[in-house]
Ligand binder design. Sequence first.
Ligand code: URA
Length: 244
Amino acid sequence: MNKAPTVRLDRLLANLGYGSRREIGLLARAGLIVLDGAPVTDVGQRLAAGPDLPVRLQIDGEPLDPPPGLTLMLHKPLGVTCSHKEAGPLVYGLLPERWRRRDPALSTIGRLDKETSGLLLLTDDGALLHRVISPKSNVAKRYQVTLDRPLRGDEAGIFSSGALMLEGEEKPLLPVSLDVHGANHAAVTLHEGRYHQVRRMFAAVGNHVLALHRDRVGGIALPAGLKAGDYRILNTEEVGQIFD
Ligand code: URA
């Protein structure tokens, strides 16, 4: 029979960003690490790495941070960058400070431009990240677009042709569907993620994107109640819906 994987308590906490293993030892000495209701004395003990850890373990009176296998949705506001290292406000700055020290690290699943808002998924699960962005998975992404000029009427045909070539590229875009919502408003749904794709597609048909907002990735829609800058952890079922 397979035994559940175990993890050393001090290693787990260090990898969740609570401090070095030495600092974890000091936290325990101060009685600030509580497991199943009792202060921990042996930080080298091994624990079953189950999803119940935040219920069993409290650190300084707070439930343990989500263990590895963390996936979340963030409502990305305008003006923040999807990068670990660029200057200026970063999406990681919208998450709890300790989460920036997690190992495995949280990364965005794909990127949104600094001036694009909406649904951004993040995960520390590298296999999941690759599965979502893999062309094989064919995950659809929907964007609400506000345009500078009224639509001409021929854009849907051009975008869905599978023949549109963006400037500087050698392969045409996969077909993109366009739903017109008004003279200067439309939604586009695409299955790839080339650099500045939506802005460049509209530039290719003589228009200019004034505002861009992603409201859906696969079967996950940005909830109306999730305000710009807020995030929510996804459960296993919701992670599966990305591929619906
Ligand atoms: N297309 C863009 O042009 N920008 C984004 O952020 C996403 C898709």
